[in-house]
Ligand binder design. Structure first.
Ligand SMILES: [Zn+2]
Length: 593
């Protein structure tokens, strides 16, 4: 998680605003005399659910906690971020520290690349690499595949790699930091990987972050990985992601397997949308990364490994990350590698027959029960109802409730009643220290800005759009990073000066927007329709907020003048919404022609 997301998760807007204004609870909102303009009747509102604020008085504007602090303290985004981070106990490193760390990382990518080339060359050309060549040949790998994955061989030597790299100007300390060399007792150093098949692990940008290494015989450990380094963290890496990303986007599906060879063999056989988790279980960070490419995921699991715990974790991902998860069950102890080499049709069938993870969990948890007995019926309900309770999507929830009712032959009504007594909580355990309600709240603004990001990506990647006036303004962006990028972009001449003008905490987000793959044609229409969707989103949320306030005012006997003013604002919003619909219709008619 980036620092900005972390700050958001740990910050409560009600708490922050209450340091500047006296908030009183009113329905689902809090109201106060506006801290930005002087007034006698409170028209300033804070919305805890959306983590936003709005002034319906003279300001007639709103935003999130960042914009509140920026406006109130008269500071820029970076300063507001630091201030809130400090309150939330989140550490942010300075730009200087980040720059140094960036240089250090760059060096590590380089040394890994040099090592990979060394291993690759030995595999292809050295007499010592013959057994490794034989191994890959026995697995049916083509030269192209070996080159695509930069596979290699590490010689049976304690210092060959160290010597080679030091002759090329790398220092011992760099080799140690990269995990290529180990310091033994007494300070002597030696190569970590010896006499092994080498699998370089790339990030999505194709940089080598670490290595996996396999023995050629039966000695142990069979697999050895790079240790944790400044650029390698096993729990967030995905093997093959550099070669799979395009296919995952294109097919809108990612298949997650366990082993290096599974990915490689699948790739060679034309299945390019596979990645391997770097351990037996897929982590939340891995799922988070993949979700940026596709929300449809399929886990290929060995029948033995597809235990209850793994399933429940998968179901959890569907909820917390709003992803669609399926399960591919592999026949009796086989890897995808075996299946594909044996018969590609079987693999294709398995892909087509992949079950939604909840359906699979239903089957697994009930397969050993006798659902004609009362005891096993209640066992099934005990196990399955909590899973259903966790679902965020009400349609899915209803679907599975129905399924369970039919399965145990109990009325849906009584299950619904039981469901109401279960509190959803398990799936939200992800943020350890955060309170459950804080997490639920924070996930909303974090996940709900795909249109904003799409629109920004279009703008950033197509400078020619800058001249077009579609009436886009900063307040169209609810997410404060997006808003900040848009604001600075309006004044920037190019991407370089944009980056310069932004706080370094936003750079990662900016990079992801700049490198996002976009459709190639009809850019102008896509941009126009994007702006329209953002305008609609903004107006709708304004409308909802205003209606809520109007109801509160009417209830508490607000003065006629105030009610009239809110009504007036409401009419203005509906007029604008009407315009959005007219434009949308015109747009779709033109497209239909
Ligand atoms: Zn105000």
């Amino acid at each position: 998680m980036g620092v900005i997301d972390e700050v958001k998760q740990r910050t409560d807007i009600v708490e922050v605003v209450s340091q500047y204004a006296t908030l009183k609870k009113a329905g689902r909102t809090f109201r106060a005399l506006c801290p930005f303009h002087s007034e006698k009747h409170p028209s300033f509102f804070v919305y805890p659910e959306q983590q936003s604020w709005h002034c319906f008085g003279a300001c007639n504007t709103g935003g999130d906690v960042f914009s509140f602090i920026m406006k109130k303290e008269g500071i820029d985004f970076g300063e507001a971020l630091r201030l809130l981070a400090q309150k939330a106990g989140v550490t942010i490193s300075s730009r200087f520290e980040q720059d140094t760390r960036k240089d250090e990382k760059e060096k590590l990518y380089q040394v890994n690349e040099a090592a990979a080339q060394y291993f690759h060359n030995l595999l292809l050309n050295s007499p010592a690499g013959e057994r490794a060549r034989d191994y890959f040949a026995s697995r049916g790998l083509s030269l192209k595949t070996i080159t695509d994955f930069q596979l290699g061989f590490s010689p049976d030597s304690w210092e060959a790699l160290e010597q080679y790299l030091m002759e090329r100007g790398y220092t011992e300390s760099e080799l140690l930091t990269a995990g290529l060399v180990i310091e033994a007792e007494g300070g002597k150093t030696h190569d970590r990987f010896r006499n092994r098949l080498m699998f370089p692990i790339h990030d999505i940008k194709g940089r080598i972050v670490g290595f996996g290494a396999r023995v050629l015989d039966d000695s142990l450990p069979k697999y050895l990985n790079s240790p944790q380094t400044p650029i390698f963290d096993k729990s967030s890496c995905l093997y093959g992601i550099n070669l799979a990303a395009a296919a995952i986007r294109q097919q809108n599906l990612v298949v997650i397997v366990e082993g290096y060879m599974d990915v490689i063999t699948a790739h060679q056989n034309g299945f390019s949308n596979l990645v391997a988790s770097m351990g037996t279980s897929v982590t939340e960070r891995q799922v988070g990364r993949l979700k940026k490419l596709s929300k449809n995921m399929a886990f290929a699991l060995d029948a033995d490994a597809a235990g209850e715990e793994a399933m429940l974790r998968g179901v959890g991902y569907e909820n917390t990350l709003d992803a669609e998860v399926k399960v591919i069950i592999l026949p009796g102890g086989k890897d995808p590698d075996d299946v594909i080499r044996e018969d590609i049709k079987i693999w294709q069938n398995l892909l087509e027959e992949a079950l939604p993870i909840v359906d699979y969990t239903f089957n697994m948890l009930t397969s050993e029960l006798d659902l004609s007995t009362a005891r096993d019926k209640s066992l099934a309900v005990d196990k399955l109802l909590p899973i259903i309770a966790e679902m965020k999507d009400t349609v899915r929830q209803a679907h599975y409730l129905q399924k369970l009712a039919r399965l145990v032959k109990v009325s849906e009504h009584s299950l619904e009643a039981a469901l109401g007594r279960i509190k959803p909580s398990q799936g939200r355990r992800n943020a350890k220290e955060a309170k459950p309600e804080v997490v639920a709240r924070a996930l909303h603004p974090l996940l709900s800005s795909p249109v904003e990001e799409y629109c920004l990506a279009l703008l950033l990647q197509h400078p020619e759009l800058k001249g077009r006036d579609e009436g886009l303004s900063p307040e169209y962006f609810e997410n404060s990073e997006n808003r900040e990028i848009f604001t600075v972009w309006q004044q920037a001449n190019d991407l370089l000066s944009l980056k310069d003008g932004l706080d370094s905490a936003i750079w990662e987000h900016l990079d992801s927007l700049i490198t996002r793959s976009l459709p190639a044609n009809q850019i102008e229409q896509k941009y126009a329709s994007c702006v329209l969707r953002l305008r609609e989103k903004l107006l709708r949320s304004l409308e909802a907020k205003r209606a809520e306030v109007l109801a509160l005012e009417a209830e508490s006997g607000g003065t006629a003048a105030e009610l009239a003013k809110l009504e007036e604002q409401g009419i203005e919003v509906s007029v604008q919404l009407g315009e959005v619909f007219t434009q949308k219709n015109r747009g779709s008619q033109e497209q239909g022609r």
